[in-house]
Design a protein around this ligand. Structure first.
Ligand SMILES: Nc1ncnc2c1ncn2[C@@H]1O[C@H](COP(=O)(O)OP(=O)(O)OP(=O)(O)O)[C@@H](O)[C@H]1O
Ligand SMILES: O=C(O)C1=C[C@@H](O)[C@@H](O)[C@H](O)C1
Ligand SMILES: [Mg+2]
Length: 196
């Protein structure tokens, strides 16, 4: 006889929570991949705190990301992002959703690799574009052809995101389903390398 659905769902959360242990779970990937929205659900499923590095940067600086880029430029923003992410990863377990460029920065990437289990939410261009073109708050996409810019970012960044510990395909299914797939990937990773 098959198990009742509730038990299966409960055991997914419990198994993922046990597999994660005291490590942080860090979501990386391009703008629109779903790091913030899926990360929040994953954290609530695991019963651990959720923090979004973009929100944390805005909180500590009391400026929006767009204002930070405009006032200080991208290099200063990256330096602040590195410091904030380093601090967020000092204790765990937490789910930390990062900004789209965080894992691309070498220093930040080093902190993420040391700081827990990283998951790349990988999406194709059309999925990302459908999501990001609804808002114009992203400074890097304020160009003449933002879709082309997004594609250029994909080409430059995907080989780097591929260094994450796990990859989950982000597509147009409910965010809860994406969250379950992240939990499943955490369990699978633990099976493959139980010592970690
Ligand atoms: N699985 C999904 N199905 C439909 N819409 C989604 C899905 N995941 C995310 N979205 C929507 O796409 C948009 C971008 O998602 P989100 O902000 O979570 O991405 P992000 O990876 O955090 O992007 P950024 O790097 O810009 O912070 C939001 O409007 C969100 O509601
Ligand atoms: O992809 C990027 O480089 C960025 C993504 C956003 O999350 C923000 O961190 C910022 O707009 C830069
Ligand atoms: Mg986000």
């Amino acid at each position: 006889m098959s198990e009742p659905l509730l038990t299966v769902a409960d055991s997914l959360k419990d198994r993922a929570r046990a597999a994660l242990g005291s490590r942080n779970l860090i979501l990386v990937g391009l703008m629109g991949a779903g790091k913030s929205s899926v990360g929040r659900i994953v954290a609530s499923q695991l019963g651990i705190p959720f923090i979004d590095s973009d929100h944390e940067i805005e909180r500590v600086s009391r400026m929006t990301i767009a204002e930070l880029f405009a006032a200080y430029g991208e290099d200063e923003f990256r330096a602040l992002e590195t410091r904030v992410i380093k601090r967020l990863l000092k204790s765990g377990p937490r789910v930390v959703s990062t900004g789209g460029g965080a894992f691309v920065n070498e220093r930040t990437r080093r902190h993420i690799k040391r700081g827990g289990l990283s998951v790349w939410l990988k999406a194709d261009l059309d999925v990302l574009w459908e999501r990001v073109n609804k808002r114009d708050t992203r400074p890097l996409l304020k160009t003449e052809n933002p879709k082309q810019t997004l594609e250029n970012l994909m080409n430059a960044r995907y080989p780097i995101y591929a260094q994450a510990d796990l990859t989950v395909l982000s597509r147009d299914v409910r965010k809860e389903i994406m969250a379950d797939e992240v939990l499943t990937a955490v369990i699978e990773a633990q099976k493959e390398s139980p010592a970690s």
